[in-house]
Design a protein around this ligand. Sequence first.
Ligand SMILES: N[C@@H](CCC(=O)N[C@@H](CS)C(=O)NCC(=O)O)C(=O)O
Length: 211
Amino acid sequence: MRELSLVIGNKNYSSWSLRPWLAMRHLGLEFDEIIIPLDRPETAASIARHTPAGRVPVLIDRGLHVWESLAILEHLAERHPELWPKPIEQRARARSLAAEMHAGFAALRSALPMNLRASGRKVAIEAATAADIHRIESIWSDAAGPFLFGPFGAVDAMFAPVATRFRTYGVPLEGTARAYAAALLDHPAMRRWQEEARAESWSVAHEEVGL
Ligand SMILES: N[C@@H](CCC(=O)N[C@@H](CS)C(=O)NCC(=O)O)C(=O)O
């Protein structure tokens, strides 16, 4: 067993799991993956073996259990500070944006669940979802390129699942926001996660939305 393990859900659907996994692969860390298929009778008991919070992802770092995707990213940044931009103003803004993603965009997350195997899905976009999309477009339009603050970092890991949702449900982007989404989807670690998601056989009916 390696010093680091990451407990995650199905790669096709578990957007919160993707975030720290992406940062860890980007950093080139060696770690064991413990995959817990979601939405099964045994899921809650399997997750409870790793965290009392009942949710994945969970990082196990030399016996220390860290849960909540943003807390895991912060924990990784203790040893890999390059996950945040160096200038204090940029670091503050990156942290604000990462926290905004972690706490917000509930309408978007509910209406457009991550589903990597699906494409060309049509869903009705209601006002609250449209407002979330508009806010994300505005954040992404300020990307320094290729990522929000230049090199890939924790804030980009937080937004990566949204780029897949926009692709799955055909949300159009333009200019810098479009280039940023393309850079996220093309990150080598992101391509690897997507390939592994496509190879999974588990399906979760309530995550399959749209026609
Ligand atoms: N705020 C948490 C959210 C984690 C979360 O909702 N994880 C989902 C999977 S993506 C989960 O564990 N669901 C448990 C279940 O479906 O039983 C985080 O940032 O890590």
